[in-house]
Design a protein around this ligand. Structure first.
Ligand SMILES: Cc1cc2nc3c(=O)[nH]c(=O)nc-3n(C[C@H](O)[C@H](O)[C@H](O)COP(=O)(O)OP(=O)(O)OC[C@H]3O[C@@H](n4cnc5c(N)ncnc54)[C@H](O)[C@@H]3O)c2cc1C
Length: 426
């Protein structure tokens, strides 16, 4: 039997260290100096860099990357277990070198970059000497890549990019932007003339690319390979989001349980009210289901590929949005008025649920992927009846007993009566 639900003791020790480190070092930094981990301000960096160094010294930096690329090569399953802790703390993913959008971009570079491209961008990204963004969706349409228009034209020893992208997270502060064109994926330094960052939105940028010129070596992967690279990039990004969502919903759940035991109403602690118990029981089951789905998906990626785990990743994508919505709502509700303020993490967590259902592709599109892929394993019924139609199945099964039924009329009559009775039963 190969089913195994325990964590190997050596890695558990690492996880225990991470838990303690996040509680005693990362959380205080987050509370007193929010944003220090990804700030460029030298004084803020001086606070965060020693923490990053401690993570490197423990061999836990950029955990998702293979050894030859500078990570420990632990793979997705261990990253999932780590993210169950990191996802609770705002800056922990940056302090561990596993933050979006860089992780997905790094995975794409690792998979498709030439040695020169890795030297130029992957290693500096890994060391957080530079930061990146990913420009894919466009103002006229996000869910359907066939609507994208941004295009590159070759002009001698350069590519010239023209187009418009919408909702490029952290685009305004990125050093390099991965720009998906209809004819390829290009790496564009943000400072290149013609890159125009619009005023709105502030965090997820609207960017115009006006005659942006990059050298030929900035095409990542093959010409016309953008969709394949995008799948590789987004698959990784989605599962990482799902891993961190497990941490978020567990945080909401912990808050819900603590509150249920701490508050009294109508003569008893609210944990003794059955509707509160229902909220806790439903949340427990949903979080456990999500966690197992995410861990199984991570295991599948480690044992096959992101492409092979595509259906599972899509299922993680909309399931994590749903569980986040349900559990954060219940936790907020049980917190009462305090839950509606921004004095606890719950209001922001609840507000992030619709975002989770849209970012990295809307839920509907992922549900279509799952349904389509699952249906490939099925055939239409042969003939008029569904394959589980009892009379037809029974007729077929009687062939197995044909000689017995022919030889024993009493037994045959009994079988007829029993079959009729079985059909009458509701
Ligand atoms: C927080 C956040 C960060 C993001 N970061 C980035 C980023 O870094 N880079 C980037 O390129 N993009 C980014 N995006 C954009 C994101 O990928 C798109 O928002 C997403 O793909 C949906 O595109 P859209 O917003 O244009 O919605 P639309 O495509 O206009 O969809 C709107 C609605 O139409 C319905 N719909 C659409 N298609 C279907 C369908 N096939 N079946 C059924 N219903 C459908 C759904 O109800 C959907 O919610 C980010 C988005 C968010 C929210």
């Amino acid at each position: 039997m190969a089913w195994e639900f325990s964590t190997e003791p050596q890695f558990q020790e690492q996880l225990d260290w991470v838990e303690e480190f996040c509680r005693t070092e990362v959380e205080p930094l987050d509370l007193v100096f929010p944003g220090a981990a990804y700030a460029r301000e030298p004084k803020a960096r001086a606070l965060a860099d020693p923490l990053k160094q401690q993570v490197k010294d423990r061999g836990l930096w950029a955990l998702f990357l293979d050894r030859e690329l500078g990570g420990p090569g632990f793979g997705q399953l261990k990253l999932a277990l780590l993210n169950e802790i990191l996802g609770r703390y705002r800056s922990a993913p940056v302090i561990f070198g596993t933050a979006a959008p860089d992780t997905g971009n790094m995975e794409m570079l690792a998979a498709y970059g030439t040695e020169e491209q890795k030297r130029q961008w992957l290693y500096p990204l890994m060391n957080q000497e530079i930061f990146s963004a990913y420009s894919m969706t466009e103002p006229q349409g996000g869910s359907d890549p066939s609507l994208f228009r941004t295009h590159a034209v070759r002009d001698d020893d350069e590519w010239v990019i023209n187009g418009e992208k919408w909702f490029t997270s952290a685009g305004a502060r990125a050093d390099i932007i991965f720009v998906m064109c209809t004819n390829g994926m290009f790496v564009v330094p943000r400072q290149t003339p013609g890159v125009q960052i619009m005023d709105y939105p502030a965090l997820h940028n609207h960017i115009r690319y006006n005659d942006v010129r990059v050298p030929l070596g900035h095409l990542l992967g093959p010409e016309d390979g953008a969709r394949v690279l995008a799948q590789r990039r987004l698959g990784g990004g989605r599962i990482h989001h799902a891993m961190r969502t497990v941490a978020q919903v567990k945080l909401a759940f912990d808050m819900m349980c603590e509150r249920a035991l701490s508050r009294e109403s109508h003569g008893k602690v609210i944990a003794d009210h059955q509707m509160v118990q229902e909220a806790i029981a439903d949340s427990y089951a949903e979080i456990t289901m999500l966690r197992l789905l995410v861990l199984w998906t991570a295991w599948t990626i480690d044992n096959s590929s992101t492409q092979q785990a595509r259906t599972q990743i899509a299922a993680c994508k909309y399931t994590c949005a749903k569980v986040l919505r349900e559990v954060s709502y219940r936790a907020l509700h049980i917190m009462g008025s305090l839950g509606t303020t921004n004095l606890t993490p719950l209001q922001a967590m609840w507000a992030s649920a619709p975002t989770m259902a849209i970012a990295d592709g809307v839920d509907e599109v992922h549900k279509v992927t799952v349904a389509r892929n699952v249906l490939k394993g099925y055939e239409p019924q042969a003939g008029l009846w569904p394959s589980e139609y009892f009379p037809a199945k029974r007729e077929e099964a009687r062939k197995k007993y044909a000689s017995l039924l022919a030889a024993d009329p009493d037994l045959a009559a009994w079988a007829d009566r029993a079959a009729r009775a079985a059909t009458v039963r509701p």
